[in-house]
Design a protein. Structure first.
Length: 433
């Protein structure tokens, strides 16, 4: 193994651009890899930029087909999220960037693996977990953990001292990261939880960054999505590859209010952060998948479905894609997704919800859900159900549970009321109503 060869995950941004001459100063032969994960950038031009800055080679690796065949169907089918509100973004792409780096390092006969993630975020963990699993023999170097630079001003000053002029802003309001699944906005006022954040104002400032509709009301008022085994296969009756479905929804509805999530999250490193995540395809397709699951799965299965979505989201967020636990969760997810077949009509304005669900094998039955008489269900059956459920979950008298004294005094255990506080006689509805 040549200790001086290295493979850099190159994005073309300020950090990874500064890393190239910094590595060359330390005797490294730099091989840049630009991984196409759906970012809307001129990747061949960025390869040229890497070469101009001194990289020995610069190649583009297309990870989109692999992502659409692996992680994206699972993220949709089990509605994977982290901490309930974050639908994942960079977490889905980083393992595949690392995979391309390792492949390039092996082509070179071995090399040091380099990433431009800082020591504060999650990406460093995602990269390095993948490196250690896929190529434990390769050294790892994270410049942000060892170099002398403190921030953007230092990096720009360094590049200029090397004779590299670019259009980097010394003061940059926001940091953007885009892939085929989402676009994230972080930094600036978002770093201060006490600062008022107007998502509409931010969207207006960055309108030139986003394609598609320019107003919340643009686009259709409803979308019809057909799922097979939990994976979208058609949009408004037209069968399309999953990549086309995701791309079309992201372009068309990027300005829709329901597509924007303002999220405070707990990073794996323990740092709290706030970001705006723009993910129309993820929001729409996960909503449809979840409501299809509610319709087709019995309660124990649906409870497990929800748990899987949370567990898978957490696993991906922490960078554990190349792990046994990921394979176990995906096997369970596929078993549940096998029941998710049907078409969901999603209403989009002014908010998103499933307006109609046509499932192939629904457990939701109108003849039982109705307030009218049901032939297969007797109200009297509920008496035995309640009695047996009480025996299973409670099974003791009030005196045995210690509630007798509370009943005699008129106060429920744990009510929080003191003895000298009057209890309203009005109940839920005011007596004057």
């Amino acid at each position: 193994m040549s200790a001086k060869k290295c493979v850099l995950a190159y994005s073309g941004g300020l950090d990874t651009s500064a890393i190239i001459p910094w590595l060359i100063d330390r005797g490294y032969e730099v091989h840049a890899v630009l991984v196409d994960v759906g970012q809307e950038e001129d990747l061949p031009a960025l390869c040229g930029k890497a070469l101009a800055m001194g990289a020995q080679t610069a190649i583009v690796s297309n990870a989109k087909p692999l992502m659409f065949n692996t992680v994206i169907p699972m993220a949709i089918g089990i509605a994977a999220r982290y901490e309930g509100t974050y639908r994942l973004g960079t977490a889905l792409a980083r393992p595949f960037i690392a995979l391309a780096q390792v492949a390039r390092a092996k082509e070179l006969g071995g090399a040091t693996l380099i990433h431009g993630a800082t020591g504060k975020g999650n990406d460093q963990i995602r990269f390095e977990f993948a490196y250690h699993t896929l190529a434990p023999e390769c050294p790892v170097l994270a410049p942000w953990k060892v170099w002398e630079f403190g921030g953007r001003v230092d990096l720009i000053t360094y590049l200029r001292s090397k004779g590299f002029e670019d259009h980097y802003d010394v003061a940059k309001d926001y940091s953007l990261d885009e892939n085929l699944w989402h676009l994230s906005i972080e930094g600036g006022p978002l770093e201060d939880a006490t600062a008022f954040v107007d998502a509409d104002e931010i969207m207006a400032k960055m309108a030139d960054r986003f394609g598609g509709a320019k107003s919340a009301g643009a686009g259709a008022s409803q979308v019809e999505v057909t799922y097979e085994r939990g994976v979208p296969v058609a949009l408004d009756g037209e069968r399309l590859p999953l990549s086309d479905i995701v791309s079309r929804l992201n372009i068309t509805y990027r300005h829709a209010p329901w597509a924007w999530d303002v999220v405070i999250e707990n990073r794996y490193t323990g740092i709290k952060s706030r970001g705006i995540y723009i993910n129309p395809a993820a929001t729409l397709l996960q909503t449809g998948a979840d409501d299809l699951a509610r319709t087709c799965l019995n309660k124990p299965s649906y409870d497990r479905y929800v748990q899987l979505g949370a567990e898978y989201g957490t696993l991906m967020y922490r960078g554990e894609y190349f792990s046994d636990q990921r394979e176990i969760l995906e096997a369970a997810g596929r078993a549940l997704m096998a029941h998710l077949n049907g078409t969901v009509t999603l209403h989009l304005r002014p908010r998103l919800y499933s307006a109609r669900i046509l499932a192939e094998r629904p457990l939701f039955r109108k003849d039982i859900a109705t307030f009218e008489k049901s032939h297969d269900y007797s109200h009297a059956d509920a008496e035995g159900f309640i009695r047996l459920s009480w025996l299973l979950t409670i099974g003791r008298t009030s005196r045995e549970n210690g509630y007798a004294d509370a009943l005699e005094t008129g106060f429920g255990v744990g009510s929080g009321l003191c003895g000298d506080q009057p209890v309203s006689e009005g109940g839920l509805v005011s007596s004057s109503a």
